[in-house]
Design a binder for this molecule. Structure first.
Ligand code: 6PG
Length: 243
């Protein structure tokens, strides 16, 4: 598979607009083909601006949100009302503004034992989406170290290739994290990675143009078999790319 070719937007606001437009496009296409569309939400801070655009006009009316089921790409092992919670961030910026009922939100239970919670999530993914769960869209970010979801450098080689979601200890934070696995990410019909800011420029060059070192730069492991991968970055993050 050829190297991903990122779309470069001039600034963070343009990046958020492009990401929101892509979410609308992918979900509208999925809903034209299926009764329900399944989307995984990203964590961190970048989704805030994207969610704000999705939850307001004109994009809000472009998707039949009553037929969308929400999942999570990863979660910090904290309670759902903790400021560190990816669920809380997405609830406040997207799910509540859209009036999404809890019945259509599959959150990773950060308050529970991580290993048990990840096993439960694995089971729910299969119960709802089949033996090889295929989400319609997985939204991801990328950190300054080249991590994506909660797949951090030096933590991916021990991941069971048969699992769909796992929990693992991340020495960098001395914390446990839950995350979808590369298997599930790459089974998705579409994947969108959004990355902005100069602090990510070294990692972005390494991920997109450097040697293939997937355990050092886990974002390199994002290669959906559908081929539908969209990298959206801003000019600051792209500042060290050769092309
Ligand atoms: C998390 C995320 C993580 C995030 C990147 C980028 O829980 O932290 O899921 O993978 O997407 O760290 O984060 P920012 O958007 O805050 O730069």
């Amino acid at each position: 598979m050829s190297r991903p070719n990122p779309t470069v937007l001039e600034d963070p606001a343009a990046l958020a607009r492009a990401a929101a437009d892509h979410v609308v496009e992918v979900l509208a296409t999925a809903l034209a083909q299926h009764d329900t569309a399944h989307v995984a939400l990203a964590g961190g801070s970048t989704p805030r601006a994207v969610n704000a655009l999705l939850a307001t006009a004109p994009r809000r009316a472009s998707v039949d949100w009553s037929r969308v089921v929400f999942w999570f790409g990863d979660e910090r092992c904290v309670p759902p009302d903790d400021d560190e919670s990816n669920y809380k961030m997405n609830r406040l910026t997207l799910l509540d503004p859209l009036g999404i009922p809890a019945t259509r939100v599959h959150r990773m239970r950060g308050e529970d034992d991580p290993t048990a919670a990840a096993a439960d999530y694995d089971a729910v993914l299969q119960r709802e989406l089949g033996e090889v769960p295929r989400l319609d869209l997985i939204q991801l970010g990328m950190g300054p170290d080249g991590h994506t979801a909660s797949l951090f450098p030096g933590t991916t080689e021990s991941i069971d290739p048969m699992r769909h979601s796992i929990a693992h200890y991340v020495p960098k934070f001395d914390r446990w994290r839950m995350t979808l696995t590369p298997r599930t990410i790459n089974a998705a019909r579409a994947v969108m990675i959004t990355a902005g800011g100069a602090e990510k420029s070294d990692a972005l060059r390494a991920v997109l143009e450097g040697p293939h070192e997937p355990d050092i730069y886990p974002a390199q492991q994002v290669r959906p078999t559908s081929g539908n991968l969209r990298w959206l970055v801003d000019a600051a993050a792209a500042s060290k790319l050769s092309k």
